[in-house]
Design a protein around this ligand. Structure first.
Ligand SMILES: Cc1cc2nc3c(=O)[nH]c(=O)nc-3n(C[C@H](O)[C@H](O)[C@H](O)COP(=O)(O)OP(=O)(O)OC[C@H]3O[C@@H](n4cnc5c(N)ncnc54)[C@H](O)[C@@H]3O)c2cc1C
Length: 394
């Protein structure tokens, strides 16, 4: 088998990269170890409405619910309400991700890419150190797929980057462990995604309630691996649900456990190699949301790969144009948000309560970092020293 490009993984990052590369004439193969694209779902399924502007999905089946905004609760349950536009990359729609991922994959196939499910990439094939494809295992048989470019879109547990010698290690400080139920028989304010903060509730993370429609919601938790013991995510989530009047009678339709990187993006290109999505740690370090980032980065990666195939240049210098473009946009936001994450980790529950108290009546229409900090400090001047790193990062 020989292709211009082989993409490992049919998640959002892989499918979008494949689509944009194929649209530019590249011959693309996607290999996916699962037997069905998008299944099982390992996600809270929140995404910004910015996804509409990419025009990558058709129909409405991929959308479970539309959100007007987010409600953020401090440990003493003071509530700050944000519009969907201001609430970040996880608020806008709640997805039916199994359909969403399939729609993205369908878009790639329509553009001319091929997809093999039930196909595990087991290693890179190289020639004198040069990457020249991947080894795959399919129904018990092993094959080589030759390609000029290998794309590692293989998610948080990515092996492709490691095989190419990239340091993909995630420190516990940069990893959220997550647990989630999809609960029926729960109550919520329709049109709002809820986030609950607090060191006792979710150390280094948060609890989310994302409504999927009628009386069903994804109720989950992420906790920083460095601040929690194995199994603690589920225990804390169970405690939270049992103590919440709107959730305690919920009945689970689904349970999942997973992990999200909350690191800074890593080196994403080498000669003949590109990493994208969670594999490149392209995730918002504050929220752990990676869907929108996978789409934004996948588009730029696919366009750059298309150009590389046109020019028949597969060197790092050309491929890293992809990272250069992201440095002007996505990576700038991630750098800033990494500082916010680090700053917030220093906040105790009392500080979070003061922050929420300052912001509960703030007019977010006039949002700027400076006006926000002014609002915070005018009510609680003792917050100023704690917020200084944010002023530097803005
Ligand atoms: C509990 C939880 C909740 C989340 N909630 C949200 C949310 O609400 N909003 C949001 O924006 N983000 C959320 N995320 C993060 C989001 O799911 C990821 O950022 C997103 O899926 C990244 O897309 P991706 O394509 O990079 O990776 P993935 O979607 O993980 O896709 C990787 C694909 O590669 C395949 N693969 C891996 N290894 C191989 C191999 N060797 N050979 C072949 N195939 C392989 C996998 O089977 C998989 O299909 C959440 C994550 C978790 C765990």
């Amino acid at each position: 088998m020989r292709y211009d490009v082989v993409v490992v993984g049919s998640g959002p990052a892989g499918s979008v990269t494949a689509r944009f590369a194929a649209e530019r004439g590249a011959k693309v193969l996607i290999v996916e170890r699962r037997s069905e694209v998008g299944v099982p779902v390992l996600c809270a399924e929140g995404i910004s409405k910015k996804v509409d502007s990419y025009n990558l999905v058709e129909g409405t089946k991929w959308k479970a619910a539309s959100m007007a905004g987010a409600r953020i609760f401090s440990p003493d349950r003071t509530m700050v309400r944000l519009s969907a536009e201001l609430a970040g990359a996880e608020t806008g729609y709640v997805l039916n991700r199994e359909f969403f991922d399939k729609e993205l994959a369908r878009g790639a196939l329509k553009a001319g890419a091929k997809l093999l499910v039930n196909t595990l990439a087991t290693g890179l094939i190289t020639d004198g150190g040069r990457i020249k494809g991947v080894r795959i295992k399919r129904f018990g048989e092993e094959f080589d797929v030759e390609a000029d470019i290998v794309v590692g879109a293989d998610g948080v547990e990515s092996r492709v980057g490691k095989w190419a010698g990239i340091n993909t290690t995630l420190k516990p400080h940069d990893l959220e462990t997550c647990a989630q139920y999809t609960l029926s028989n729960v109550d919520f304010e329709e049109g709002y995604s809820d986030f609950y903060l607090g060191k006792q509730i979710a150390p280094g993370g948060y609890v989310w309630v994302f409504p999927k429609g009628k009386d069903v919601a994804n109720v989950g938790i992420g906790v920083l691996a460095s601040l929690s013991k194995p199994g603690e995510a589920k225990r804390l989530l169970d405690e939270f649900i049992a103590s919440h009047p709107d959730l305690k009678d919920g009945e689970p339709l689904r349970f999942l456990a997973g992990a999200v990187p909350v690191a800074k993006p890593i080196e994403a290109t080498r000669d003949n190699l590109v990493l994208v999505g969670d594999a490149a740690r392209q995730v918002d370090p504050i929220t752990g949301g990676g869907l929108m980032a996978s789409i934004e980065a996948g588009k730029v990666a696919g366009e750059t790969i298309g150009k590389a195939v046109e020019l028949q240049r597969f060197d790092k210098e050309l491929l890293s144009e992809y990272e250069e473009r992201l440095r002007q946009t996505l990576y700038r936001k991630f750098e800033r948000n990494y500082v916010v994450k680090e700053t917030m980790l220093g906040f105790d529950d009392k500080t979070l309560n003061m922050l929420a108290d300052s912001l509960k009546d703030y007019n977010f229409e006039e949002l700027s970092t400076l006006s926000l900090i002014k609002a915070l400090v005018s009510k609680h001047p003792s917050l100023l020293p704690k917020l200084k790193p944010l002023l530097k990062a803005r």
